[in-house]
Design a protein around this ligand. Structure first.
Ligand code: BTN
Length: 261
């Protein structure tokens, strides 16, 4: 993948116009953060064909073999304050969902960072994930790195995720051109990012909810409170990005950070 082949397909003004491709790196998120600290512009996109230390949320590993999938990180310099940055994860999920829709798929977003496809047996399987990381100082977000992994052409997965994962290739029955996929993603993300700068988290929540599907009933493990689980019905996402959940007594909980199952 090179800058010229991407540029030939891109319709963006600023996103992906600065671009770096690596055959392999530890994590594109780490490389992007390094570039951001060195002054990289907003909209820089880093893609690696393989990652040796691909990271997922909650300290998990992201399966990142060569020649198959899309691993990228976007450097953003949003104008919003640090407290409003976490919903960028929802925004990025919505961008992935919009891009996959252009391939004829019907993706479903699972709060906060999973993109899923429903397989032929009706089972929801993860096809992509988002990992947003921020550096802030003195009440301002210095930069944000939005890491996105999309299982594009994987046909096999390690046993620990084989039951829950899928790829675009599996869903569509054909191989996917990763440059076309990246261009579709960046085309979808740029207007969302501009809207986020104008309107903040509400823009992210609206875009997310257009593709959201909540398992019902669901169990949420609230982060930072080990062992604390709340079971109930997900009612939706609040304007600030928190998940709204109603337990069996009718009480409403706001979950700021957690995991749904
Ligand atoms: C998740 O679902 O837990 C988030 C997965 C994010 C994976 C991507 S791949 C590109 C970027 N670099 C990383 O190390 N992680 C993200």
């Amino acid at each position: 993948m090179d800058q010229a082949s991407l540029a030939a397909r891109l319709n963006t003004r600023w996103l992906g116009r600065a671009f770096e491709w690596r055959a392999s790196c530890g994590s594109t998120n780490d490389l992007a953060a390094e570039r951001a600290r060195a002054g990289a512009p907003t909209g820089l996109v880093i893609v690696a064909d393989a990652q040796t230390a691909g990271r997922g949320r909650l300290g998990r590993r992201w399966h990142s073999p060569a020649d198959e999938n899309l691993y990228l990180s976007i450097v953003l310099r949003p104008t919003r304050p640090p407290s409003e940055i976490p919903p960028i994860t929802l925004l990025a999920g919505a961008a992935v969902a919009r891009a996959l829709t252009t391939f004829g798929l019907q993706p479903r977003l699972k709060w906060p960072n999973d993109v899923e496809l429903v397989d032929e047996t009706g089972r929801r399987r993860k096809v992509a994930g988002v990992l947003t990381e921020m550096a802030s100082a003195g009440g301002s977000a210095l930069h944000v790195v939005v890491g996105i992994g999309i299982n594009a052409n994987a046909v096999e997965f390690p046993p620990e995720i084989a039951e829950r994962a899928t790829s675009l290739r599996r869903a569509l029955g054909r191989a996917i051109d990763r440059v076309a996929l990246l261009a579709a993603l960046l085309d979808a993300f740029e207007p969302l990012s501009e809207e986020f700068d104008r309107r903040g988290p509400a823009a992210a929540v609206e875009a997310f909810e257009a593709h959201a599907a909540f398992p019902a009933p669901c169990r949420v493990t609230a982060l930072g409170r080990p062992g604390e689980q709340i079971e109930g019905l997900a009612l939706g996402v609040e304007p600030d990005g928190a998940l709204r959940l109603q337990d069996e007594t009718g009480q409403i909980h706001r979950v700021i950070s957690g995991e749904l199952s």
